[in-house]
Design a protein around this ligand. Structure first.
Ligand code: PLP
Length: 359
């Protein structure tokens, strides 16, 4: 079967499964903010339209200044990109022909981008039920790699590694002369994240990658940034196509950052919905990953392969993310985004129906 490599665009999964798309579907396969974009964006949408006749600022100066204030870091430590995905790609380009270590299961773009850059790749596998990461387990492998990619909180498990674990890894990587590429695409989906950004000033081997498309629900606009030592930022920027970030995205990001309550409101909403969903699943005897963010892994322990549940949900218009292309998961879990309360309630109704048929 031709499994799509990412969530979103549900028509591809229906096609791969040879199923008709129901009239009403709810897409749980993309991990974006269930509240949608900040209101300020919609209110100013027509004003943003006027930007289409200008070339974007190739130096992204205005947004850089905003993010520099937001992150309390000098502008020359920042590179704005066309989504976290572009920055991952630029980092992989910087690592051309090098050896990299990936912690699995994780976001598939690290492997894809590193392969394109002809890197040789080694893996360290984490395991259920907790998918814990222990820096000491990586000591030997770090010996002969040039970079470690780490996603925190991790996609697809939603597990958040402690600041102490990350700092230990930054130091270990420094000792071994390798880079730590820390993808924090979902760091702001939890109230409990301790920022790693202050460490960038001291550790020139650290690269932090941020996405703005998740929190501000603008994956169609493409926005992200990297934080690293100026020498790394200069190198990444030299690989970036001119005008890579479009004018509307630049202006939209500026507006999103003006809404100072938005992130806190989102975190509260997600935490409440997650609590509701998790206690329901536990009552129903389903197994979950210990997620701290806006998505989680789920399985029916009565099934070896989750394909029957996946099909059952798709037929009823519920679209989870398959896990076939996550090493170590291979379809034995399904990933769900936390969506609006109404959507989550609908998901619970369909799961109840499933459990009635297969108690
Ligand atoms: C862990 C992680 N990092 C980065 C990205 C890329 O995000 P974007 O390019 O939309 O900023 C994604 C998208 O799903 C992701 O899951």
């Amino acid at each position: 079967m031709n499994w799509p490599s990412h969530g979103s665009n549900p028509n591809y999964i229906y096609k791969a499964m040879n199923l008709n798309i129901p009239d009403l579907i709810i897409d749980f396969s993309a991990n974006i903010n269930p509240l949608g974009p900040p209101k300020i964006l919609k209110e100013n949408w027509l004003r943003l339209f006027e930007k289409v006749i200008d070339y974007p600022d190739p130096y992204t100066s205005t947004l850089q200044e905003k993010i520099s204030l937001h992150e309390q870091i000098d502008k020359n430590f920042l590179l704005i990109g066309n989504g976290g995905a572009e920055l991952i790609n630029l980092v992989a380009r910087m690592l051309t022909n090098k050896r990299v270590l990936l912690i699995q299961p994780t976001f598939s773009e690290y492997e894809q981008s590193c392969k394109t850059s002809n890197c040789s790749i080694v893996f360290h596998q984490l395991h259920s039920p907790n998918w814990e990461l222990n820096g000491e387990d990586l000591v030997d492998q770090l010996q002969d790699v040039n970079a470690l990619f780490l996603c925190n909180p991790n996609n697809p498990t939603g597990v958040q590694y402690s600041q102490a674990t990350i700092v230990r890894l930054i130091k270990l990587c420094k000792e071994k002369g390798c880079h730590l590429i820390l993808d924090e695409a979902f760091y702001d989906m939890t109230e409990t994240y301790d920022s790693i950004v202050p460490f960038v000033k001291e550790y020139s081997n650290l690269v932090v990658i941020r996405s703005m498309t998740k929190m501000f629900a603008v994956p169609g606009l493409r926005l992200g940034y990297a934080i690293a030592h100026p020498a790394i930022i200069d190198e990444l920027s030299s690989y970036q196509p001119h005008w890579s970030v479009n004018s509307i995205a630049l202006a939209a990001a500026d507006l999103c950052l003006q809404d100072t309550k938005f992130i806190g409101n989102t975190q509260e909403y997600i935490t409440n919905e997650r609590k509701k969903l998790f206690s329901f699943y536990q009552r129903e005897g389903l197994v979950l990953s210990p997620s701290r963010v806006n998505f989680y892994l789920l399985k029916d322990p009565g099934l070896k392969d989750q394909l029957p549940l996946f099909r059952f949900l798709l037929e009823r218009g519920i679209v989870p993310r398959h896990t076939v292309n996550f090493p170590g998961l291979k379809g034995s879990w399904l990933r769900f985004a936390i969506k609006s309360s109404a959507d989550n309630n609908q998901l619970m109704e369909v799961i109840k129906e499933w459990k009635k048929r297969r108690p």
